[in-house]
Ligand binder design. Structure first.
Ligand code: ADP
Ligand code: ADP
Length: 226
């Protein structure tokens, strides 16, 4: 069954740019879905429409059967990991991770339990008191993931999260992401322009070009793999 359905999504920016042109797609629950396409094809616009940061010009976004097109960002059960992580520089690792839970008024017991789970899963226990400036790129990435995962979203969106890393670190983080995806009951939507990365990660692929969806389906089908 589909955790997400997008129907007739169109985005025209105020300056008249048609960034996303009447697209439809669906994402299966639990899948590692990769949205791929060249720079400027509308990937970020699509992602930001899903999370509610950009109001679509037309179309609807349906999460678990509920139309969330007009639901405010913070009330959607969707997490977003930014390309540049956007950690809070003045908060340490633990505070970065618990910030969202506290803002949602989660009880101290829930905060403690979720925090210790996610610290263990992301192997961040030893770094909990560090400031973001004292972390490597890979460590920042893990904190950014932990900060989203701790909220237990139905859907986790990742916007080119390995873009600025060297190849070795990229490969290691890919393995981490696959491990975390297997361990969790969460659907991933991962945006990249890197086809080899998409083939390593994806269950399902959505190929975008010029604001349109060109292909969508299981990775074997889209890339004719055995
Ligand atoms: P991608 O993420 O695939 O690189 P984007 O969604 O960022 O693509 O951009 C799609 C198109 O929309 C591009 O032509 C881009 O220049 C344009 N665009 C993106 N953001 C804005 C904006 N705020 N105002 C006007 N045009 C935009
Ligand atoms: P990405 O593809 O990762 O979103 P971009 O460089 O395309 O990175 O966009 C960075 C920011 O600039 C985004 O907030 C996007 O909305 C905005 N932007 C991109 N293209 C345009 C454009 N043509 N006009 C105005 N803003 C734009």
């Amino acid at each position: 069954n589909d955790v997400l359905r997008v129907e007739g999504l169109t985005k025209i920016y105020p300056d008249g740019t048609l960034a996303v042109d009447d697209i439809d797609f669906a994402i299966k629950e639990g899948d590692f879905c990769v949205i791929i396409g060249p720079s400027g094809c509308g990937k970020s616009t699509t992602l930001h429409s899903l999370v509610g940061k950009i109001p679509p010009t037309e179309g609807s976004v349906i999460l678990d059967g509920v139309d969330i097109t007009d639901t405010p960002t913070y009330q959607r059960d969707i997490g977003l990991v930014f390309q540049d992580f956007q950690l809070f520089p003045h908060l340490n690792v633990e505070e970065n991770i618990t910030y969202g839970l506290k803002r949602m008024n989660a009880s101290p017991d829930v905060v403690d339990e979720r925090l210790s789970n996610v610290l263990e899963m992301m192997q961040l226990d030893e770094l909990r008191d560090r400031a973001p400036r004292e972390l490597s790129a890979g460590q920042k990435q893990r904190v950014a993931l932990a900060r989203s995962l701790v909220l237990e979203p139905k859907l986790l969106l990742l916007d080119e999260p390995l873009g600025d890393m060297d190849y070795k670190l990229q490969k290691r983080m890919e393995r981490e992401l696959l491990r975390i995806h297997r361990e969790l009951d969460t659907t991933f939507v991962y945006v990249t322009h890197d086809q080899t990365q998409a083939m390593r990660l994806a269950d399902q692929i959505i190929v975008m070009n010029g604001g349109k969806v060109e292909h969508s389906g299981p990775v074997e089908e889209v890339y004719n793999r055995p």
